[in-house]
Design a protein around this ligand. Sequence first.
Ligand SMILES: [Zn+2]
Length: 351
Amino acid sequence: MPNRRQFFRTVAGATVGLYMGERAVRAQAPPARLQVSVGGKRVKVVDVHAHWDMPLGDVVKGTPYEKDRATGPGLDDRIPMMDKIGVDLEAISVNDFWWWEIKDQGLARAICNKHNETLAAWSRQHPDRFVGMASIPLQFPDMAADMLDEAVRRGAHGVAIGGHVNGESLSLPKFDVFWAKVQQLGQLAFMHPNGSGNIIQQGALAGRGGLGNIVGNPLETTVFLSRLIFDGTFDKFPNLKVCGAHGGGYLPSYLGRTEVACQRTGQTCIIKKKPSDYMRANILADAMVFSAEGVRHLVAEMGAGQVVFGTDTPFGWPVTVDPITGNSALSNADKEAILGGNLVKLLKLTT
Ligand SMILES: [Zn+2]
């Protein structure tokens, strides 16, 4: 391309290229596209953790959700946000799972259909930049399994889930039909918490600092993953791949206590392996821990094959690729896997 200019800088052993796109010639200031390289090799950066509070329009007309959910943000500003931090492809999910409280099966199905159809259309429009994760109505486990099947056939990559269904753990047998489908389809389940509303007494996280997010979210993720481990979900479905948002909550950071739980006198455990074995086979974490030391520790506890890149876009967290590209504890192969290689496999990406 005649207008392409290349800039290169070296960051602690990893080379990062800056690319000014064709828009550089327009009157507006050009968005720079950060192109990430490791050891001189351009690598694909894939983001597992990208939100969209999708507007639902007529689908929620005349329902209690019309006021808050009919209108919402679009995705038109998303590509410049991705370019700025070097994300090549986002796997978009609709989070919060507010529709899991809906008792009307038709409405729940219509909302998830709208999510899945809109994400599929957006992904078709920008096949090299976006894929959509399936939305499912997990309060109806059979329907959720069917809708996951349908969404994957229509182009979804992975499935987005919350940490509980109206307070119920996803390790309960009633959700086995869903996990069986996730395993059968070989899809990645990306779990995103919502403030530990299922665990924390009302008002307990109401102090300054946004603790529902800062503490509640990783706590909910920790409990969610711990229930899947100790209640035997991964023994029933040994090929499951479940990714916990925000570094997998506190679980990888404090694994020692979890690891010895079954060795304690008086404990009766049913699990077939050590907790750390599930951490290294079934559980993944996004690398959204904001420091090279945090990423190093995730890799030490889980292995580089279990850690993936995530940004929490568009919520303004100061995420960069630097804790990975500039991490002296990681090999170039580890960096490439964490930045995108693992997700290319787990999300079955072809580009
Ligand atoms: Zn998030």
